[in-house]
Design a binder for this molecule. Sequence first.
Ligand code: C2E
Ligand code: MG
Ligand code: MG
Ligand code: MG
Length: 289
Amino acid sequence: QAKAEGRNTYQIYNETMDAESRRRATVLASLRKALDRGEFRLVFQPRMALADGRITGVEALLRWHSAELGEISPVVFIPLAEESGLILPIGEWVLEEACQTLKRWRNHGLTELSIGINVSVLQLLRSNLPEHLTQVIEDTGVPANRIELEVTESMVMQNAEQTTNVLNELRKIGVSLAIDDFGTGYSSLVYLKRLPIDTLKIDKEFIGDLTRDPDDEAITATVITMGHSLGLNVIAEGVETEQQLSYLREQGCDEIQGFWLSPPLDSHRCLAFIRSWQPGTVAAIPAPY
Ligand code: C2E
Ligand code: MG
Ligand code: MG
Ligand code: MG
């Protein structure tokens, strides 16, 4: 009996794995063609300073609409792009597109705005990121200090020695550096002190239950205090409610990003949002839920 059950379990497990790897192969096949087919686009999510309600910047977020598969989430395709190395050409496209967009917005007078661009660790380790970045800055005329590269905590910590060198090189160009999804990896405080970073972005996992879960409140408050004592700018991501906002303001968090302010928007809508934003107004665009 037990033996038969064991075999069944094994079979089901095996079939599930097969279905999953078939799906991954399908997605990967489409992903290989996506750049040439022009299936990528960027959306932009504003962030706001809590001190004065100013919009300080936006984060560029990649979207993929596949001809065969429809809309696929970055949570699904970014890991595949990283494993396959496709993130290298895709990452170059993101950098160029993001800086071209900021250039247009700057022509509309938004010269104080920064742009956050997500960078995969493979781009840090395998690509000519510093050279490419220098070229893009030259081509677009966007000042280096308006560009903030975001690297996830877990990725940096897995390769702390190597990434530190590249981050130092990027810093020399004049761009800012942010640690993304902070709190979900295992940062050694020694490295955190040593890394040439400007900003910590507290992962939305901790923000979602603020004012309901005392543990998440304690973690968030601690990260804010620690970030400030290291001289870092602290941003909370995934802020959805007024209560979360108040808590973060009380704790002295510097900036917030999340559906409370605005969901990610296409470049035209984001420009319109920023231009119509008055510090002190409530979020003008309702969250998508
Ligand atoms: P991330 O960099 O931490 O980006 C924040 C994610 O939170 C985005 O998901 C955003 O849409 C979502 N978000 C924003 N506000 C809220 C909120 O109030 N509530 C909730 N629940 N979620 C919110 P998205 O766009 O699906 O991106 C997921 C992840 O994919 C990003 O996490 C980033 O790690 C990666 N990613 C996105 N674009 C790129 C890219 O161009 N290059 C690389 N390497 N990774 C990217
Ligand atoms: Mg990010
Ligand atoms: Mg994040
Ligand atoms: Mg995240």
